[in-house]
Design a protein around this ligand. Structure first.
Ligand code: COI
Length: 355
C-alpha cells in the first residue's frame, strides 16, 4: 500500500512571492509556488509528489477535454492568531469529493493521500498563507481524466493536482441577484449535486445574461411555475424571514456546501431558528411586501457569506434592508472566521492544524 506521510518535494527555485502584494489580492490571480501531483494508472493511485507550480504536458486527446470527466473542490487555509496555519473541514470536503468522483465514474481517492497531500502542500507554501483580515489561502484540488483517446469511454487514467493561492474576500459588495426563470443549472437526475467542471461552464450563459441586465448573479430555481429557489451563482442561499433562517433542502439539484453546513451547525449552537425547506419566489415577494424578509445571503467557501441587497423577480426588483454590522449574515461570518483563526474554540473540530 502506498504511504503518503512523506511526500517528496521538488523545491521551486524561483519563488513568485516577491511579485505579490498581499494587500491587493484578486481571487484566483496568484498561485503559490508548488502543486501536488498524483497520477492514477494501472487501477491505483501512484506515488504523489510536490513540484514547482507550472504547466503540465498533455495531449489534445485526453478524455477530460472532450467528455468532461473533470471535478474539483474549493477549500481554504487560514493564518491563525498564534501564527499557526489551519485547513478548514478537510473531512467534509473529502466526503463531497468522493461523492462527486463516484457520480462521474472516477476512482476514489484514499483519505490519507488527500489529507497528507493538503497538509504537506500547505506546509511547503506556508509563506503564501495571508494574515490580512478576510484573506486566506484558497486550495483547489482538481481531478481529471487523462487517458488519451477520443473514443467515448470512462477514462482509465487520471491526474490529481492540488494547487493553491492567496485570495481576498470573494464579493467586495452586497449582491444584486436575478431569480432565473428561463435557464437551469441542474436537472433532476443530473449532476447538480456533484462539483464537476461542466456545472460551472453550463452556468456561464445565464450568468452572463443576468450581468447584462445589471445583476451580479443568478438565483437558480427549479423552473417550476412556483420557481423554487435552489442556489445562487456558486453559493448556497439563505433568507431571514420573520426571524427564521430559511435555506432550500439538499437535493440532487443543489450542491452540498460546506459553508452551508457550517452555518447550520453554528445556528444550532447559537439557538438561531433554522428551516431547511423549499422556498418559492412567491414567498419571497410576499415576505418582502409584509416586511418580514429582513435579509438574504449566499454562502460558499470562496464567498464565505455574501449579503444580497436586491432580488429581481420576473422584471420586478425587491430591495432588502441595508446590510450592517448587526446583520445575521455578518454575525455568522464573524463566528465562523473566529473559529477558523483560533479566536474562538474550535468546538466542532473543523480545523486541521498544519505544524
Ligand atoms: C467555492 O466556493 O470554493 C467554489 O468552488 C466556487 C467557485 C469559486 C468556483
Amino acid at each position: 500500500m502506498t504511504r503518503y506521510t512523506e511526500i517528496p518535494v521538488l523545491k521551486n527555485s524561483g519563488s513568485s512571492l516577491p511579485k505579490v502584494d498581499f494587500n491587493q489580492l484578486e481571487f484566483g490571480k496568484y498561485m503559490s509556488d508548488h502543486m501536488l501531483v498524483a497520477r492514477y494508472a494501472d487501477g491505483r493511485w501512484q506515488d504523489a509528489e510536490i513540484v514547482p507550480f507550472g504547466p503540465i504536458p498533455m495531449m489534445p486527446t485526453i478524455l477530460a477535454l472532450h467528455y468532461g470527466q473533470s471535478v474539483f473542490e474549493g477549500m481554504k487555509a487560514f493564518r491563525m492568531k498564534d501564527g499557526k496555519i489551519s485547513i478548514f473541514r478537510i473531512r467534509k470536503h473529502y466526503e463531497r469529493l468522493q461523492r462527486t468522483l463516484h457520480r462521474m465514474c472516477m476512482p476514489d481517492i484514499p483519505f490519507e493521500l488527500f489529507e497528507e497531500g493538503l497538509k504537506q502542500l500547505v506546509k511547503t507554501d506556508a509563506q503564501w498563507v495571508p494574515d490580512q483580515e478576510g484573506s486566506s489561502l484558497y486550495i483547489r484540488p482538481l481531478v481529471f481524466a487523462t487517458e488519451e483517446r477520443f473514443g467515448v469511454k470512462i477514462s482509465d487514467e487520471y491526474l490529481l493536482i492540488i494547487m493553491s493561492g492567496p485570495v481576498p474576500p470573494f464579493y467586495p459588495r452586497p449582491l444584486r441577484v436575478k431569480v432565473e426563470d428561463r435557464y437551469s443549472r441542474a436537472a433532476k437526475g443530473g449532476t447538480g449535486a456533484a462539483k464537476c467542471a461542466g456545472n460551472y461552464g453550463g452556468a456561464f450563459y445565464a450568468s452572463k445574461l443576468a450581468k447584462e441586465e445589471g445583476f451580479d448573479q443568478v438565483l437558480w430555481t427549479d423552473l417550476s411555475p412556483e420557481l423554487r429557489i435552489e442556489e445562487s451563482g456558486t453559493m448556497n442561499v439563505f433568507f431571514l424571514i420573520g426571524g427564521r433562517l430559511i435555506t432550500p433542502p439538499l437535493s440532487e439539484t443543489i450542491l452540498e456546501g460546506v459553508t452551508r453546513d457550517s452555518i447550520l451547525e453554528i445556528c444550532k449552537m447559537e439557538g438561531i431558528p433554522v428551516e431547511e425547506r423549499s422556498i418559492t419566489a412567491g414567498e419571497i415577494t410576499e415576505a418582502h411586501a409584509s416586511g418580514t424578509l429582513t435579509e438574504a445571503f449566499g454562502a460558499g467557501t470562496a464567498a464565505v457569506t455574501a449579503p444580497i441587497c436586491s432580488i429581481g423577480i420576473r422584471g420586478r426588483i425587491i430591495d432588502l434592508p441595508a446590510y450592517s454590522e448587526s446583520s445575521l449574515c455578518n454575525r455568522l461570518q464573524k463566528i465562523m472566521n473566529a473559529m477558523k483563526k483560533g479566536e474562538q474554540p474550535d468546538v466542532f473540530s473543523w480545523n486541521t492544524i498544519v505544524s
